[in-house]
Design a protein around this ligand. Structure first.
Ligand SMILES: Cc1ncc(C[n+]2csc(CCOP(=O)(O)OP(=O)(O)O)c2C)c(N)n1
Ligand SMILES: [Mg+2]
Length: 558
């Protein structure tokens, strides 16, 4: 057999059934062999999108995401997608070709390892044929253990070699990964923390992806019920306490007006499975009066340059929440029927803005979308200014994806593709900005060709929203970030997919019904005002907008 066939067998032996690909000389034989073995391939139009799709696939499936790119220019295209996966701590194995080992000169040759190293991913050059099967298995182990991307470089002249079919393959990573139980909390640490909880009056229970992974949501809710705590999550874990009357939503720059006011009065934050990042703590400003306790399997002294926690409990999030819920003194805390009512009825953002004739307020658009889109569909949020508005949707955690640890725009369509592959048969909604969607607009063709059931909803402010408000605040021209409202619906139709422009929100239910009644992608372009600045932007750039703040009164709840 050819070596590339053997290498494809190694991926199949790892349980790989999904791969995102863009072909070239150095990966096309391998990718074709993989497809021939029944692996579902998504053939994208830009390598960045192959890796970004694999990233969302990894988050949504809980498995290792797999993508493939050719050597040289194929590999250098993925340098924005890899740091995003590395920082989101998502396991990927990327099969990349390498220039032929035996060639005196090759135009696409480039020293690939330093490019990959710079992204925070790991590069493994596979040049020794007899150990390649183990090396591929070990790459899957490394991706899982480090929770990050591993890029394999295999010279394509080597891939073309004939080899004797091996009698067997190494035991796959799933069989040899350490199978250890969750870490229970130490009893002394637990006693000390219980004393602190019993002395606190206004507790916030905050959960991150670590809590989601540990299946700790229900135990955290029990603890919250027992001690009368208010519930919150990090942005990536948003929706984990969906439906809880005392859930304040996101803790961080994206907090609602009411949540932010209440957080300012908290005296204790129990952070379950949170890395306590700058965004999560809003650079240390979110909980000015609270002691923060990090409950995590790997508590940290310094997080993104901040000494974030005053106390640490090394533990699995679920086991810690269960132990605390059993023993903490029961109390009402700061829960009340009036507060529950305020949480249910106060808008996320209370500021008002002068209307722009003919253009919608992005907050109104999102609230109508939230009513119209079925609860069991998968939401994918992107980056950009608009993501604050989308993040306020009332959706559960397992149906709302946020990956933005590297802060890059342009990932939306690819992330939606990854979710589509991880959740076959489900309807996906991509919530994106005009600038982000245009950055990789070529992928509309991929959506059409693969017939993916993805509804793209664009808040089209005709600009790079994040930039214009900052430029205006600085009194500078916004001309470099204002483009006018590109006719995205016409562009979608040009790619052969359904496209609608929505100037009147009463048209949305009918369009969503049309999407639900058929197969394939659709794009909805909603022209919105560029005058409505999100609270994040307003706090940092108060002179960049002409809105009026209406602070939320919380005295009655203290
Ligand atoms: C790859 C990349 N390039 C540039 C930026 C800087 N940037 C941040 S937000 C943004 C604007 C995005 O525009 P759009 O998608 O229309 O969303 P909006 O902010 O207008 O809501 C830009 C250019 C970035 N974050 N990532
Ligand atoms: Mg925009």
């Amino acid at each position: 057999m050819h070596l590339f066939e053997h290498l494809a067998d190694c991926f199949v032996a790892e349980g790989v059934d999904t791969c995102f690909a863009l072909l070239g000389d150095a990966n096309m034989n391998w990718a074709t062999a993989l497809a021939g073995r029944g692996v579902a391939m998504t053939y994208v139009r830009h390598e960045h999108c192959a890796v970004a799709a694999a990233t969302a696939f990894a988050r949504k499936s809980g498995r290792v995401g797999v993508a493939t790119v050719t050597c040289g220019p194929g590999l250098t295209q993925v340098l924005t997608a890899l740091p995003a996966a590395a920082r989101a701590r998502l396991p990927l194995v990327i099969f990349a070709g390498e220039a032929p080992l035996g060639a005196a000169w090759y135009n696409q040759a480039i020293d690939q390892a330093p490019f990959i190293a710079a992204t925070g991913a790991r590069y493994r050059a596979l040049h020794h044929v007899p150990r390649m099967a183990e090396a591929i298995r070990d790459a899957f182990v490394e991706a899982k253990e480090t929770r990050g991307p591993v890029v394999l470089g295999v010279p394509f002249d080597l891939q073309a070699r004939q080899i004797a079919a091996p009698a067997c393959l190494p035991r796959p990573s799933a069989e040899i990964m350490p199978r250890t139980g969750p870490i229970p909390p130490g009893s002394d640490d637990l006693d000390a923390l219980l004393a602190e909880i019993d002395a606190a009056r206004r507790v916030v229970i905050m959960a991150g992806l670590g809590a989601a992974d540990a299946d700790a949501a229900a135990s955290c809710r029990d603890l919250g019920d027992r001690i009368g705590a208010l519930m919150a999550t990090t942005l990536p874990a948003r929706g984990l306490f969906h439906g809880d009357a005392f859930s304040l939503g996101i803790a961080g720059g994206f907090s609602t007006a009411l949540a932010r006011s209440l957080f300012a009065q908290a005296d204790l934050v129990l952070a379950f499975g949170c890395s306590l990042t700058q965004h999560n703590l809003d650079k240390g400003k979110l909980f000015p009066k609270a002691r923060i306790v990090q409950i995590d399997t790997a508590p940290r002294a310094v997080s993104q340059g901040m000494v974030a926690a005053e106390r640490h409990l090394r533990s699995d999030a679920r086991l810690a929440a269960q132990a605390l819920a059993r023993r903490a003194s029961p109390r009402q805390g700061w829960r009340s029927a009036d507060l529950a009512d305020a949480i249910a009825t106060t808008p996320a953002d209370t500021a008002t803005f002068p209307a722009q004739p003919g253009l919608l307020d992005p907050r109104d658009v999102v609230s109508v979308l939230d009513k119209v889109l079925p609860m069991d569909w998968q939401m994918v949020n992107s980056s950009g200014h608009c993501s604050f508005f989308f993040a306020q949707m009332d959706r559960p955690w397992d149906r709302f994806l946020t990956i933005r640890e590297f802060g890059a725009i342009g990932n939306g369509i690819a992330y939606a593709m990854g979710v589509a592959a991880a959740r076959p048969g489900e309807r996906i909604v991509l919530l994106d900005g005009d600038g982000s969607v245009l950055m990789h607009i070529q992928e509309l063709e991929t959506l059409r060709r693969h017939g993916l059931d993805i509804l793209i909803c664009v808040l089209n402010d005709g600009a790079y929203g994040s930039e214009i408000h900052k430029l205006r605040h600085e009194g500078l021209s916004d001309a470099g970030a204002v483009f006018g409202r590109t006719d995205l619906a016409a562009i979608a139709r040009g790619f052969g997919i359904a496209g609608y422009r929505v100037d009147d929100l009463s048209a949305l239910p009918g369009i969503v019904e049309r999407f639900a009644a058929r197969r394939g992608p659709m794009l909805i372009d909603v022209p919105v005002s560029d005058m409505v600045a999100s609270p994040v932007i307003r706090r940092a750039h108060p002179d960049g907008h002409s809105g009026t703040e209406h602070p939320v009164a919380i005295e009655a709840f203290l």
